[in-house]
Design a protein around this ligand. Sequence first.
Ligand code: IMP
Ligand code: MG
Length: 189
Amino acid sequence: MQLCYHNNRFENEVMVSPRQLKILINSKELAEAVGRLACEIERDYQGKQPLFIGVLKGSFVFMADLIRQIDLPLELDFVRLASYGAGKESSGTVKVVQSPQMPISSRDVLVVEDIVDTGITTSFLLNYLKKKKPASLKLCALTDKPSRRRVAVPIDYLGLIVPNKFIVGYGLDCDEKYRNLPDIHTQED
Ligand code: IMP
Ligand code: MG
């Protein structure tokens, strides 16, 4: 299990410093990737009113930047999933904690994900949404960690491929920390 923080304990005080973080993708590279994805999506959904479904919590920063680059009458919703397992590993059991509030039937649905890692969560979500009979169902993922894949997932719009390292920042967390970092970092030992 990787550590999120470098903890120095002085009696009752815990000093936390993010010393192990190293920038992998800086904010300029992220903005370029988001701009490219927005162009592709805008081109493909001309004449449509897509429903974007962001996967909470990790996709919220990406989603916020993405939608502001897209000139379409799109609508938004969110889904929250829980994957039960120890540490950073998906257990393979995914549960819908908060389902989308808007009707999905006959809508052009675009799922917005922060990362496809093992693929277990995204694959589950796509199957879950497919049962609600959307007119179309596509996936946009900011990052892809293909070396970890256990379940095949078709990514229609992909931002960046990342190495087999745990990443944080730009919405991605480690134990709920680091979502606010503007760059994506790896955690180095
Ligand atoms: P899955 O393994 O593809 O099912 O990924 C499940 C979820 O784990 C993703 O939606 C992310 O929220 C989270 N996750 C996977 N890899 C990372 C990572 O490197 N950093 C932060 N979160 C991750
Ligand atoms: Mg997460």
